[in-house]
Design a protein around this ligand. Sequence first.
Ligand code: 4NP
Length: 149
Amino acid sequence: MVCLGNICRSPLAEGILAAKLPKDKFTVDSAGTGSWHIGHTPDDRSIAVAKKNKVNISHQKGRQFSATDFDAFDYIYVMDNSNYKNVTALAQNQNQVEKVQLILNELFPNENVDVPDPYFGLPNGFEIVYKMLDEVCDEIAKKLLEKHQ
Ligand code: 4NP
């Protein structure tokens, strides 16, 4: 799960998807394309909305996406079109480019809709983002369980 800062959207996406999959069979992680929040815990507002929904993301630590992630992971979900551009710019071949998907395309194929960045937005932005990610992670978990169980 990749966003810009790795403190608002992708930590939520990581926690939400991880809670829907068996831990012994899947590794879910997140990263940011930017470096500002390396080592930081998620934004308090993300921690709070996750907690309200019984998902604990308070132990997560920010890290920056790197080209080695293309080998470490089978699926790379990005939150918005700008993340897509930044991540695919690091890809070294077509196979790596194809691992990268805009996350909401799993619900709305080919529509290229962004998960909005709630960082500078309205307080209820985090609730909205949580709902979006919960819905799309249901779809992703279903697909992964069908394919890899
Ligand atoms: P995120 O939100 O990409 O959902 O983690 C952001 C958080 C912080 C910054 C940008 C986006 N920032 O510029 O510090």
